[in-house]
Design a protein around this ligand. Sequence first.
Ligand code: HXC
Length: 259
Amino acid sequence: TDYATILVERSGAVTLVTLNRPQALNALNSDVLADLSAAFGAYDKDDSQRCLVLTGAGEKAFAAGADIKQMADMPAADFFLQDFFVGWQTGVVATRKPWIAAVNGFALGGGCELAMMADFIIAADSAKFGQPEIKLGVAPGMGGSQRLTRAIGKAKAMEMCLTGRMMDAGEAERSGLVARVVPLDSLVEEALKTAATIASMPPMAAMVNKEMINMAFETTLAQGIVTERRLFQILVNTEDKAEGMAAFIEKRPGVWKGR
Ligand code: HXC
C-alpha cells in the first residue's frame, strides 16, 4: 500500500514505518495520523508481521510536533467537537503488537508524545526531546503530560513542560525516557535488530508481555498483579507454551504457531 506521508517497508517479520515529511520536520497533521492509523492497523492484523519500528525521515527530526500550521486557524469549538487527537489513541496506542520508536532527532510536542506511545524508545545520540507547547499558549494534547510524568517523574516532567526546554539523549536515558542510545548512523539498524529479536519470540507471549507492562502504567499495583496472573494463566494454554517448554527440554529452538 502506498501512503502520502509515510513509507512502509517490510523485511521478514519486521515492519519499518518512516514519517516522511522531512521538509516540515515530519510534523504530524491529520493526513499523517490517517496514514499511521492505517499502517498500524494493517500491521496489527498481519500474522506475518511481529514487530514494528517507527522512525523519521532525514537526520534532523523524528517529528517536530503536531502541525502548528494546520491548527493555527482552527476554530476552538472544532477541537472539542472532533475530540481532537483522540485518533492517536484509537489508531496508534490501541496497537496490540509490539512496536519501537527509533528517535533520530527532534521529538518535540506531539513528536515526543508519539515516541512515548511506543512500547519503548531507542534514541540516536543526536535525539532531543521536549514538550514546548507552553510557548504556543497550549499544553500537551496527545498524552504527553501523563506519559512523560510516568516515565521520568514529576520534577523533570514539570520542569520540561513549564520551561519548554529540550532534553538530550543522554539525559533521556538517565531519566528512563529511552531504553537505549546509539549512534545516529546505526539507529535504524539497531532498532531493526532489536525488533527482529522481538519478532522471533512467541507472538502471543509478546502481546501479553506488552499488555502486562502497560497495566503497570494504567492501574493500581493490586489490580495489575491480579491481571498479570490472569494473563499468565491464559498464556499457559497456548500451543506455543507447550512448544517453548518442549524445545527447551529437547535443547532445540522453538517453532512458533502464534497461538
Ligand atoms: C508545522 C513545522 C513544525 C511544526 C517545524 N516546522 N516544526 N511545521 N508544525 N510543529 C516547519 C517549519 O515551519 C519550517 O517550514 C520547517 O519545518 C523547518 O523548520 P525550521 O524551524 O526552519 O527549522 P530550525 O530553525 O532548524 O528549527 C527546528 C525546530 C523548530 C527547533 C524543531 O522547527 C521548532 O521549534 N519547531 C516547532 C516545535 C514545537 O513547538 N513543537 C510543538 C508543536 S505543538 P518552512 O516552510 O518555514 O521551511 C504540539 C501540540 C499542541 O505538538 C497543539 C497546539 C494547538
